[in-house]
Design a binder for this molecule. Sequence first.
Ligand code: G3H
Ligand code: ZN
Length: 286
Amino acid sequence: PLVSMTEMLNKAVEGKYAVGQFNLNNLEFTQAILQAAQEENSPVILGVSEGAARYMGGFKFVVAMVKALMEEYRITVPVAIHLDHGSTFEKCVEAMYAGFTSVMIDGSHHRLAENIALTKKVVDVAHALGVSVEAELGRIGGQEDDLIVEDADAMYAIPSECEQLVRETGVDCFAPALGSVHGPYKGKPNLGFERMEEIMKLTGVPLVLHGGTGIPTEDIQKAISLGTAKINVNTENQMASAAAVRKILAEKPDLYDPRKYLGPARDAIKETVKAKMREFGSSNRA
Ligand code: G3H
Ligand code: ZN
């Protein structure tokens, strides 16, 4: 069923595992991620950035596509459709109106007071509709669609500010930037685990780890043990699908039927997602 993230994340904290947010880019991503979740018997969060929604045909189209596929595949595991890095109050409301069951309001580029005020405004509307909300503090480096943060501007979240934001807004989960990066890492990730632990203790809400691509398994496990219940992955699926397309087109230069190269891309995404679900411990937790 289509649900908010609230219950699946609270269960994840309790069971010491994390639910993956896998971003949608097109039809094949949506098919692959839903099938992977069902086959792994895992809860799943479908992340949709504003840029990806625009590419696919808008929020309403994305919701209709997800619902139709869930019916076609007889999906029984919990699925959330989540706006990833929502940029404004208006975008969040538009997503909720279209049927999204969850939204992230990314006010991390604002000053604390503005971030809190904006997040609170989104929470008030969302909770009246049974929609869950994720907020962010600090700055996650790298690039995702329209969102670019230079390395020099990447910032670790400050625990006392995190406590204040969560307390004053009532968000359902929270993404403190602690050194993770969107896209591939240059070198080894250097995650702020001490702050992560402190922030979990101070806020008491499930934590979210953005930039899940390229984080070593031991760091994933450590993050989960410190209260991380949601891990976002996009680039890794993009790379796997692009590699599959490159390989088949190189092998068969005469190939032109999109189903013949997008089918293998879809298979690659599905395998990548299944492996992540096992790594995050969400398999057989639906
Ligand atoms: O919000 C989406 C994620 O943080 C994706 O990060 O593309 O590095 O896996 P990634
Ligand atoms: Zn992100």
